[in-house]
Ligand binder design. Structure first.
Ligand code: ADP
Ligand code: ZN
Length: 655
């Protein structure tokens, strides 16, 4: 499920009132940002107004005459022309104002095709000492006006662009320092936001993951009464890894643990840690742990821990930031002292790629699997999410649960939500079964992976897993089958679990051959019961080939090749066997090896087919049971074996 969906369909209980834990520390630091914002916005407004005024003024100046003295019917005359006009007695009056001079001719003259008796000219820069005399001589009325007293304004206007530039510069500087401050207070402020979270979620809000819940009860107990655990010197749970596909309720479980224990919940997502700036991730980890320790007993939840916890140095462009964050996380995990009751829960759906250091004792040394729910679990989840939804009488939650194998809690929450929306859109008073079915169709079409497998697919999977299980039960030297399921797990559509009796260091040939038979049992069952084989056995076949190949080349278990080791040298870079050129044996031997591998696999496959054909009734019963229950355990398997008489054919150790 993507974050959006997860968020939308969050259990309403999750959003319950969150009492601020430490209002005294929670409030400070945030006001700074606010006032800074106001200050800069006032500055910003002032600058905008200044720009408008200045532009307005320049526009005004463009369209109005110079100083208001020169109107449109004034002609511009050269000084010499003016001089001539005086001498010819045509000048009536003249007014001097600074360098400008305007006046009137007695008779209009034409200059540059413009005729007027009003004129304007510029006086000579250094003045003309003879001019006054001349004016007096020809009886021209003259006067001098003071230069208008807008000097200051002029200066201001000339400076304005500079003031503007400097203002903008300051504004940018201020913004920059502010965001700088934000950067430095980032980790802190985030953790502060989280400080207030005290979930009201309980285990009652989580369904279909009973095993995980059972595993976490101890954590709740510990957080409730840490002293009791510490006094008895019991092993204190420190880090718990929640492993499971997205949307199965890992976050919900973590919140429920906090809710059940009544302790504050501090959470962050691994992808947040590896954000933008170097050093921030590590400091955030530090702050997060600091806050949690202060509030102890408490819970830290790290979602998507694989984003930080991927194996160090596993990629060429190793991410320093991520490694720093990871290192800090390790330091913090080790840095708890015994009195600090802080449990760190982390979620991932890819536990394999995690750095080994994270999984060491004292760190995430416990693993809780959060699997996809079986139909029973799906029913309980549907019940939880329909608690607040008015359901019509015809709604059959059981039928919905049974028809949605593969769907996880988030999918089901989504389904209920969609159905309720649909009912609302249709102005119904109750959500009907039809609303559910239509929403289911809609969700399936929109989903990238087929959420729900077809009946046909489920049948194939049931027989396939049944085949693994039954061949396992009927073959000697096989680890006991403990659980068979057709609820998808990770990439696999079904799983058959075996529990090894002891750690085996020496693989007897019989044991290896039995492994081949059970591994091929899946595909053999498809052939026996359905008549054609599917692509579902890809993984099985890879395993089979690998075992058979090693039997021939490494362990000398082939009659034709004898007890010689044809070990292929390891490729130091890729960790895989090198191509043919590095083999220590000839092409002919290679062909022989292939033939031997084929022979061993074929023999095992035939054995599997024969077993399953002979016990077809039992196979059918197991497949049937898988279809109805989705999960069957060792006990149920035994019952079927007894009822169908197949127990007689099982190895003595099983009987
Ligand atoms: P994850 O952390 O495993 O990706 P979430 O805990 O975020 O999954 O689940 C998202 C939402 O889906 C939850 O808030 C809840 O509404 C619903 N949900 C998921 N799993 C369950 C469950 N086992 N029981 C009830 N609701 C569930
Ligand atoms: Zn298989």
């Amino acid at each position: 499920m993507d974050a959006q969906a997860t968020y939308m369909y969050q259990n309403p209980n999750d959003q319950g009132p969150r009492t601020p834990r430490r209002p005294d520390t929670g409030g400070n630091g945030s006001s700074n940002n606010n006032s800074g914002g106001n200050g800069s916005s006032i500055l910003f407004r002032v600058i905008v107004i200044a720009v408008v005024v200045i532009i307005g003024f320049y526009l005004f100046r463009m369209f109005t005459s110079d100083n208001g003295m020169v109107s449109s019917d004034t002609i511009e005359v050269p000084y010499s022309t003016f001089y001539q006009q005086i001498k010819s007695g045509n000048v009536e009056s003249v007014t001097f104002q600074g360098q400008d001079a305007t006046g009137q001719f007695k008779n209009a003259i034409t200059v540059n095709q413009k005729t007027s008796n009003k004129f304007h000219f510029m006086t000579l820069p250094d003045g003309d000492p003879t001019l006054i005399k001349l004016l007096q001589q020809y009886h021209v009325t003259y006067q001098a006006k003071p230069v208008p007293d807008n000097n200051l304004l002029y200066i201001l206007l000339n400076l304005a662009p500079w003031i503007l530039v400097i203002g903008v510069f300051f504004l940018i500087m201020r913004r920059a320092t502010q965001s700088q401050q934000n950067i430095f207070s980032f980790g802190k402020s985030r953790a502060k936001l989280i400080l207030e979270d005290r979930p009201s979620t309980t285990f009652g809000d989580v369904a279909g993951v009973d095993e995980a819940k059972n595993d976490l009860v101890e954590v709740v107990e510990y957080l409730k009464t840490p002293q009791k655990f510490q006094r008895l010197g019991g092993l204190i749970p420190r880090g718990v890894l929640l492993v499971g596909p997205p949307g199965t309720g890992k976050t919900l479980l973590a919140r429920a643990v906090a809710g059940e224990a009544g302790v504050p919940f501090f959470s962050m997502s691994g992808s947040e840690f590896v954000e933008v700036l170097v050093g921030v991730g590590a400091s955030r980890v530090r702050d997060l742990f600091e806050q949690a320790k202060k509030a102890s007993p408490s819970i830290i939840f790290i979602d998507e821990i694989d984003a930080v916890g991927r194996q160090r140095g596993s990629s060429i462009n190793s991410n320093d930031e991520r490694e720093q964050t990871l290192n800090q996380l390790l330091v913090e995990m080790d840095g708890f002292d015994a009195r600090q009751a802080v449990v760190v829960l982390a979620a991932t759906n890819r536990p394999d790629g995690l750095d080994k250091a994270l999984l060491r004792p004292g760190r995430f040394d416990r693993r809780v699997t959060v699997d996809r729910p079986d139909w029973n679990g799906r029913l309980s989840i549907l019940k939880i999410h329909t608690r607040t939804v008015p359901l019509a009488k015809d709604v059959d939650l059981l039928a919905i649960a049974r028809s949605t194998p593969g769907m996880v809690g988030a999918d089901l929450a989504n389904l209920v939500n969609e159905a309720a929306l649909l009912a609302a859109r249709r102005n119904l008073d109750y959500v009907t079964q039809n609303c559910f079915l239509e929403s289911l169709d809609k969700i399936q079409i929109g989903a990238e992976r087929p959420l729900i497998l077809s009946d046909e697919d489920l049948n194939v999977i049931a027989y396939h897993e049944g085949g693994h299980a039954l061949t396992g039960l009927l073959t000697e030297y096989v680890d006991p089958v403990t659980k068979v399921t057709i609820v998808p797990r990770g990439q696999a559509l079904g799983v058959t679990q075996y529990t090894p009796l002891d750690d085996r260091y020496n693989y007897a040939q019989d044991y290896l051959e039995a492994q081949l038979v059970t591994a091929l049992g899946g595909r053999a069952a498809e052939q026996v019961a359905i008549g054609h084989i599917t692509t579902g056995a890809e993984n099985d076949l890879q395993r089979v080939t690998a075992i058979a190949r090693q039997m021939v080349t490494k362990w000398g278990m082939s009659d034709r090749l004898g007890t010689i080791s044809f070990s292929e040298r390891e490729d130091p870079f890729a960790g895989t066997a090198l191509a043919s050129n590095s083999r220590e044996y000839s092409e002919k031997t290679a062909t022989l090896i292939d033939e031997e591998v084929n022979r061993i696999v074929k023999r095992a496959y035939e054995r599997a087919v024969n077993l399953l054909t002979e016990h077809r009734v039992t196979l059918d019963r197991i497949a049937q049971a898988l279809r109805t229950n989705e999960v069957i355990d060792a006990k149920q398997l035994r019952e079927i074996m007894i009822e169908t008489g197949a127990i007689e054919a099982a190895p003595a150790s099983y009987r």
